[in-house]
Each structure stands twice: as C-alpha cells, then as structure tokens.
Design a protein around this ligand. Structure first.
Ligand SMILES: Nc1ncnc2c1ncn2[C@@H]1O[C@H](COP(=O)(O)OP(=O)(O)OP(=O)(O)O)[C@@H](O)[C@H]1O
Length: 335
C-alpha cells in the first residue's frame, strides 16, 4: 500500500537527474521530499504522477503497478507552485470542474464542492474569481480542486513556494491539520527544511539525484547519516574536527574532560539567543548561547572558554586527536 517508486533512473540527455532512487511512502502518511534546488525532487514527483517517464524503474500506487499508466489513470491529485486556475470560472466552478468532467450527478457535485470549500475555509468565497483571491487562498483552492476527484494520493510540488514567509507558515499549519482530517497519502516537495520538519511524518532527503536518508523528522535531525543531511537540516559548526550543532555545545570557564580550549572573539545578541564566534587555534567555530549562559560565564570578547559537544548531541566525524582523553590537569590554555 502507499506509493513505491523502485530503482527509478532518469536522464535528460547526458545529465542524470535520478540515479537508481527508491522510496516507499506508507499509506495515509505525509512525506516530504526535501533537498537543494536541482536535486531531482520535482522529477521524482513527476515520474510518480506519470507526467514524466522514467528510463528505468517501477512505480506502484496503492498496490497497483502504475509504471505505464497515463497520469489521468493513476488517481493522483497534483498541485504545483504556480497553480493554473480557470481565470473566468468562480472558485466554486474551479473546484467542481473535475467532477463535472466526470459527469457526476449534480446534487453529489454540489455537496462535495461545498464540503471541500469548507475544508479549505473558502466557503464564503465560492462566487469569487481566482483573481479576487490572495495567493494563499488560491493555493487552498488548488488543493480543494485536487481533492475533488477523491484521488488515492496527493502530490504537492512546492505548493507554497511562491508565497511570503508568514502565509507559508500559516498554510503549512493548515496543511498539517487538513492531512490529519483527510489522511490522503501525500508527497510534498520542498527545499525548506523547517517546512519539512514541521509538516511531514517522514522525510526523504534527495541530493544530486540520489536518496541521502529517509526517516522521521526527529531521526534525521538527531541521527543524520552524513554531513550533507546534518547541514541541510539545521545550522552546524565544526569543533575540533567534529560537525556539531551550535546549540549542542557545553561551555565552561575552566578546562573539563573532553573539552577543546578556545577563545571568544565576538558576541552578538539576536533576539533570544547570543551567537558567539570563537577561535580554537587556527579554526573558528560558533556557538548558540542564551543570554543567561553568557552572564553566568561572564563571557566577553577575549574570554577563554572550554567547549565540548553536549551529552547526546548529534556529531559527525572523530574528535581531534587527544581531545577525548584530555583531563583538566593536562588541558592546554587557549592560545
Ligand atoms: N526537461 C528537462 N530537461 C533537461 N533537464 C531537466 C529537465 N527537467 C529537469 N532537469 C534537470 O534535472 C535536475 C533535477 O531537476 P528537478 O526539477 O527534479 O530538481 P528539484 O530538486 O525539484 O529542484 P527545484 O527545487 O529547483 O525544483 C535539474 O538539474 C534540472 O535542471
């Protein structure tokens, strides 16, 4: 059940857009395809939708082999970043369109469109034209339209990509709630890690046409498989050879076991956090601290500090030689 794309490869000329990609999306889940621009997310979504043909591999949608089915027979609803509405039709008629084409009974169509407009909170705008809606309202109309034909799966390609940050945030909360109500198996393409972490049940990180890692938002954040995933999901810094998150560092005013000696170079207050730039010999790194920590440690530019990854912190790479076994007596002073 759900969606399986198995061993999908796709080239455009000599360029490999997808290189033996396999994903398995469980029924009823909201899965985000996350990755940098050009990584292959949209191509994979289009192959699943049937809008592009893969060079090799198979696509199964809810237990049916869809590999050679045309898009209209795959039972998928699709929403793009720039949604092409029928400009001359009302919101109501835009949503009803798919049902009218399928010649559903009038009363059923009316009931279903009404239900959908309520679901996407556009019932009071049924008579407006698309041009009389805001960008966020238009994307909600697009979702209602995609849901109208009761697709087995919803494929969303950066549906909120063209909207401003505040509206995006509202719509992603709304999408999460909508998904909790309707439970349609959904794949959502985004290059925004915060959006993916907030909305999805599962993330598939795609880069250079390959799957880097699959897992829940917490799995990927806490146990990234490699440097790419770790960097893509949130800020990182490098301490003594290890990649670590800048808020996952313990800081001391004296040497402690396993610490790297360093010196504060700059402190910058940004809202509720303090960004501290520090230098450990030739290497620079930064820490995300609270104003309380800065005060308790009495930090100022030039202060010596001793730093180590906090217990349970996600790290990649080995600590610099000697750092792990360092005891306070053997600690060197920061240079
Ligand atoms: N029709 C095409 N012809 C040639 N190259 C293409 C075509 N479609 C996509 N590509 C290339 O394939 C790669 C993957 O594109 P794709 O749109 O899947 O990436 P993406 O991860 O969705 O990126 P974005 O977030 O920018 O949409 C890109 O380098 C792109 O230039």
């Amino acid at each position: 059940m759900g969606i399986q794309a198995l061993n999908i490869s796709k080239r455009f000329g000599s360029f490999v857009a997808l290189d033996d990609v396999s994903i398995d999306v469980r029924s009823g889940q909201l899965t985000a395809l996350l990755g940098p621009s050009g990584g292959g997310k949209s191509t994979l979504l289009r192959v699943i939708a049937g809008l592009d043909q893969a060079d090799s591999g198979t696509v199964r949608i809810e237990d049916q082999d869809a590999t050679s089915l045309p898009p209209q027979r795959r039972d998928v609803g699709f929403v793009f970043q720039h949604y092409a509405a029928f400009k001359h039709l009302s919101v109501y008629r835009n949503v009803a369109f798919g049902l009218e084409v399928r010649k559903r009974p009038k009363a059923e169509t009316r009931r279903r469109v009404q239900e959908l407009l309520e679901l996407v909170h556009l019932d009071q705008f049924a008579d407006r034209l698309p041009a009389q809606l805001s960008g966020g309202q238009r994307q909600r109309m697009a979702l209602a339209r995609a849901l109208a034909a009761e697709p087995k799966v919803l494929l969303l390609d950066e549906p909120f990509g063209a909207l401003d940050a505040k509206v995006r945030k509202e719509l992603r909360d709304w999408l999460r709630r909508l998904h909790d109500e309707v439970h349609v198996t959904t794949i959502f393409v985004t290059h925004d890690q915060e959006e993916a972490l907030e909305v999805a049940d599962e993330l598939v990180v795609i880069n250079h046409g390959r799957v880097e890692q699959v897992g829940s938002p917490n799995d990927l954040y806490d146990r990234p498989a490699n440097e790419f995933v770790m960097e893509f999901l949130g800020p990182v810094t490098r301490l003594g050879g290890q990649l670590v998150r800048p808020h996952d560092l313990d800081v001391f005013a004296e040497a402690q076991p396993g610490t790297v000696p360093a010196r504060v170079e700059r402190l910058q207050r940004i809202g509720f956090e303090v960004r501290a730039d520090a230098r450990d010999g030739d290497a620079s790194f930064w820490l995300q601290l609270t104003p309380g920590q800065v005060e308790a440690l009495d930090l100022a530019p030039g202060s010596p500090i001793w730093v180590r990854p906090a217990r349970g912190a996600a790290t990649i790479g080995a600590p610099a030689p000697g750092v792990r076994s360092l005891d306070p007596a053997g600690a060197t002073s920061p240079s």
